[in-house]
Ligand binder design. Structure first.
Ligand SMILES: [Zn+2]
Length: 221
């Protein structure tokens, strides 16, 4: 499980994340803070509207993103005012202030639940934002296809390569990879579930190992 600092880092700072390219090649890429990604998503329908193009599927995304953002902002602001008596700075700065305060020695000693509370909020937000930006729709199964290793399905929409969702979709009693067409049913579904779980465990172990290595490099020799 990610620590509070790791969660705050994902929310408020540029960070690296592992993505899977076509053909299963894994790559570590730099991504913007999740809160900043959410702000961009809030503006998606305005950009579309201003240029005269159809807002298409981005309008509901912008709406969801705006609702998420306001909900997060109100909690973070409330804590910032509670701690500092004032409301200033970006939402990222306010979150960093809150997390630092909750983990400061005096608070950690006398009111240790503050760090836990902050962590629960942040964990929920990381999940919520990722879910809003890459929604898991009904019938979709997150994870990489064991056959073609794709995690996402793409299609041509108006001549643009568009992400249509997770690669594996559940259709009735059958799971199907929309990328390579492999189907699973009956007891194969159990085998698929086991492979997806194992892949998740492997990815978590790899991420932990990388973080460990990064911290070792940061330590003074
Ligand atoms: Zn596949």
């Amino acid at each position: 499980m990610a620590s509070l600092n790791e969660l705050v880092h994902q929310l408020a700072r540029p960070h690296k994340t592992m993505i899977e390219r076509d053909g299963g090649r894994k790559e570590l890429v730099d991504v913007l803070p999740l809160l900043q990604q959410l702000r961009y998503a809030c503006k998606q329908d305005q950009r579309g509207g201003a240029s005269g193009h159809s807002t298409g599927p981005s309008a509901p995304l912008a709406l969801q993103a705006t609702m998420d953002y306001r909900a997060i902002q109100s909690v973070v602001q409330e804590w910032h005012v509670h701690i500092t008596g004032q409301n200033y700075g970006s939402i990222e700065q306010q979150l960093l202030t809150w997390a630092a305060w909750a983990q400061s020695p005096s608070i950690a000693t006398h009111e240790p639940t503050h760090a836990d509370d902050c962590m629960v909020w942040c964990q929920g937000w990381v999940e919520k934002i990722k879910n809003t930006l890459h929604p898991i729709r009904k019938g979709e199964i997150p994870g990489a296809c064991p056959e073609c290793h794709a995690t996402e399905a793409w299609d041509n929409v108006d001549g643009e390569r568009t992400r249509i969702g997770h690669a594996i979709a559940a259709l009735g009693g059958v799971a199907k990879c929309l990328n390579c067409g492999t189907q699973w049913q009956g007891k194969d579904l159990h085998a698929l579930a086991a492979k997806l779980r194992q892949a998740e465990v492997d990815a978590a172990a790899k991420a932990a190992a990388m973080e460990n290595e990064r911290q070792l490099q940061l330590l003074p020799a």
